[in-house]
Design a protein around this ligand. Sequence first.
Ligand SMILES: NC(=O)c1ccc[n+]([C@@H]2O[C@H](COP(=O)([O-])OP(=O)(O)OC[C@H]3O[C@@H](n4cnc5c(N)ncnc54)[C@H](OP(=O)(O)O)[C@@H]3O)[C@@H](O)[C@H]2O)c1
Length: 314
Amino acid sequence: MLLSPESARRLPDPTEPGPGGLADVPPDWPAVWEALLAVRHGRPTTALAFQPDTGWRLAQPVDARCQALFDLYRPLLDARSRAHETPWVVAQMGQSLDGFVATATGDSYYVNGAHSLVHLHRLRALCDAVLVGAGTVAIDNPQLTTRRVSGPHPVRVLLDPEARLDGQARALHDGQAPTLWVCDARHAESARARWRSAAAPGAAATAEVVPVPGLLGDGGACELPRALQALAARGLRVLFVEGGGVTVSRFFAAGLLQRLHLSVAPVLVGEGRRGLRVPPHAVMADCPRPPARMVVLGDDVLWDLDLAAGAAGG
Ligand SMILES: NC(=O)c1ccc[n+]([C@@H]2O[C@H](COP(=O)([O-])OP(=O)(O)OC[C@H]3O[C@@H](n4cnc5c(N)ncnc54)[C@H](OP(=O)(O)O)[C@@H]3O)[C@@H](O)[C@H]2O)c1
């Protein structure tokens, strides 16, 4: 049995939206967040300094907690400010201690606590686009907006190579931000027809079906680089893959992730939907052990993995 988000029992969610997120942020954080958003928008800021070889840094010392948060988001700024031929991709998964991102019924509201949810919305605000797999759209019907923080909504990308979605997803109709329904070119016309028939008469179109030739490879595998090329052609280069586990694992296996955030919550699910699955190794020394940093987010522990620096090595 699958639970829809509407029928799932909700855990308390104490998050209040505000500048930069929760009320208990460090004193320096609102100003640093505004500076991060300035870089996101290409506006000048005196709070940060940029050097081509070392990237962005804070112009003035801040408290340690604030510095840790800045270091967490700095790679997204650096990616934006350096010339990139190819897209730069960060993924994040919120998971239980035993490695699940949802229960077996698909319920994931909420794996993580409020601080992690604010972090999720910060990632959305700092990226050009947020991308989710069709399974997440079908089960969660997410808004993919930045309502928990100040900052722009990203373009919303629904990755659905076979165009199996029914065209009724909230993101395709709510008009809160542009939405791209990305599918193989062979399935684009039927996706368009479904989307049109689900749209309210006279509704302004903020969504678009994006046909990608060759997105489905010969064996039916999703050719993710083709999807990224299609997004880059629209100026979407700093990308956030938000799930679910199948989609993040496919990006990981294809070597397309520069950064991976795993937000581990102190909850045990027992059996459910797996998060990241990586190709197995027989010998521990061969297992990828990328450079990692840890940031405490409320009750959760976020692991920030630098895959660009060390994904290959054990
Ligand atoms: N905790 C978190 O951070 C987090 C984040 C996002 C999502 N989630 C949870 O992750 C779960 C979904 O993730 P996922 O890994 O299963 O999938 P996903 O990565 O979101 O999407 C890809 C998978 O969805 C399948 N799919 C395609 N069309 C579908 C449809 N219309 N209905 C259902 N599935 C379809 C695809 O199958 P084919 O490859 O065969 O086409 C593929 O296996 C949900 O329970 C969601 O709540 C958790």
